[in-house]
Design a protein around this ligand. Sequence first.
Ligand code: PEP
Ligand code: CO
Length: 447
Amino acid sequence: MQWTRDSWRAYPIKQHPVYPCENTLKENLERLEKLPPLVFAGEVRQLKKSLAKVAKKEAFLLQGGDCAESFENFGANNIRDMFKILLQMAIVLTFAGGCPVVKIGRIAGQFAKPRSADYEELNGVSLPSYRGDIINGFEFSEKARIADPKRMLEAYYQSATTLNLLRGFAKGGLADLREVQRWNLGFVKKSELHKQYEDLSEKISSALAFMEACGINANNTPNLREVSLYTSHEALLLPYEEALTRVDSLSGDFYDCSAHMLWIGERTREIDGAHVHFLSGVKNPLGVKIGPSAKAQDIIRLSNKLNPNNEEGRLNIIIRMGADKIASNLPSIFKDLKKEGLDLIYSIDPMHGNTVKAGDFKTREFDKIMQEVRYFFEVAISEGVYPGGVHLEMTGQDVTECTGGASNVTMQNLQNRYETQCDPRLNADQALELAFLIADLLKRARK
Ligand code: PEP
Ligand code: CO
């Protein structure tokens, strides 16, 4: 079938909300269609070029952010701290890998959530599951759980103001390499981790002083004071994505202007489904999550459909199998894929395969997360594949959602600051610690 912005409507679709009133849905979508794009085709092409470098083993991808953004926790401090922690991690990885790090946030649009069950039960009451603030409310009440199309507009405006602040931070001084010490969020002052970061900052400062003496400084070299932080989210809510998909006047191509990069989740990646069909028609760089049940053939089919011209930087295969499964599943997948000569990026999401229940909370253990990352690097290196990136759920705040690491979060104190509306995130200390560990692996991978 010929692709058009709305041709996905003829395909089977999973995880799709039921809106009680067709007319209100239509009205809200018509309003969205008239609103300006959130990102521009030119920026999206720039990201694709950077990702092509990842595919060519010349760069590394760091993608991270909240599991789900929320209307309630929206504010400048959260955005600033997410920006800072991403920058801190990127600098650690850049230094170790000796290569550029492409930075993509799960931010400014990461609102819609796939759910394993359509209904949620609490104290004998069963209600429709929470599907993210762009669809319904988190509160466990009948009213909140009704899908409300007005929420799409609120998500749009929140994304626009988030992007505005991110663009300010990226170009307006906070990203200046001379500020490297100020990015430190430092919850556990004087910890080994922060000492490690301060040592790194000092090395960077001396390198900058040396370069300054040679005439290279932030005034004549914008890369020393500016960064590019791109946005991404799961393209789950297709009416919203359709409304923000626009024709680029320069190329005549369609771009989904809700974010620079979009990905397809593990639950909606069936080859003949609506989500794969929709994304096959837009030019943005794409990701697909690949869980433990996937076979190499599934990835080959997805690649043929989403990246038929085998373009470098177009498709990112995000492996998320779990620490206990990855070592047995991934080697044969890499072996089979290598024979195909596909230009893909391979990255690892060590979060979604390692979620466990701890009483009322969902949590993830730092060691399991790290173990999956380590296996990913080991298997990739031994199969001659480039481990191109990581995909993390994290926050710049001092939350207690994942256990372990050098931080002292335990199963017992999860309740202290458990703030996520969906999956457990690494707090800023855990994220930085993980970055140092990944840095060691990256250094070896790039030798
Ligand atoms: C997610 O990234 O939040 C998510 C739901 O991932 P997956 O599709 O891999 O389960
Ligand atoms: Co998640």
